[in-house]
Design a protein. Structure first.
Length: 188
């Protein structure tokens, strides 16, 4: 009986230490962690990426992820061909957040739930994606943990009850199409 009580105390102590450690890690990321930003560059386009007036990438021709410290930043995306510049003034105050920066006023996004299509009991060919939301191009887009940008990035398996989404860039004109036409036009 006494050994059982001691074992229970050890278990509670270890659980308490684990909770404190987890709280410190999550709290540290929340308060001091870098914020992830993504730029989805369509094929055939090249951009210059500047942060706070300094060129970070002179010829960005592929989709990329970069991190910024928390605080105020100005991010500029300059199209190499047209010379047009898309500027974002960002106040980054939470290291648990991530954002997608549309490259111009024509780049919108759709969020598609592909959980049943890719992980359902009928397999990868069994069901269609579900259109969750249309997202305009005027502001940075909040990227959720479950969002992926292409099929190759999808995890091999997921835990039961988890959901997985594809965040796909589309031309904003396509947002006026009916759901079935829009889904048929996307390369999934």
């Amino acid at each position: 009986m006494e050994a059982s009580m001691n074992l229970r105390k050890v278990y509670l102590f270890i659980s308490l230490i684990a909770c404190i450690y987890l709280g410190v890690v999550v709290g540290g990321q929340l308060l001091f962690g870098d914020v992830e930003l993504y730029v989805i560059v369509p094929e055939g386009r090249t951009l210059e990426l500047s942060v706070d007036g300094e060129v970070r990438v002179a010829k960005l021709s592929a989709s990329t992820q970069f991190r910024l410290k928390q605080g105020d930043h100005v991010v500029a995306l300059k199209d190499e061909k047209s010379g047009k510049v898309r500027t974002y003034t960002l106040k980054l105050d939470n290291g648990l957040n991530a954002y997608v920066l549309p490259i111009d006023e024509r780049q919108c996004f759709v969020r598609l739930d592909v959980t049943d299509q890719w992980y359902g009991s009928r397999g990868r060919e069994g069901t269609a994606s579900i259109l969750v939301e249309h997202i305009g191009s005027q502001e940075p887009i909040s990227k959720k943990d479950r969002d992926y940008f292409n099929k190759a990035a999808l995890p091999g398996s997921i835990k039961r009850n988890n959901r997985v989404s594809l965040l796909k860039a589309i031309d904003c004109d396509a947002m006026n199409q009916d759901k079935d036409t829009l889904l048929a036009g996307l390369e999934l």
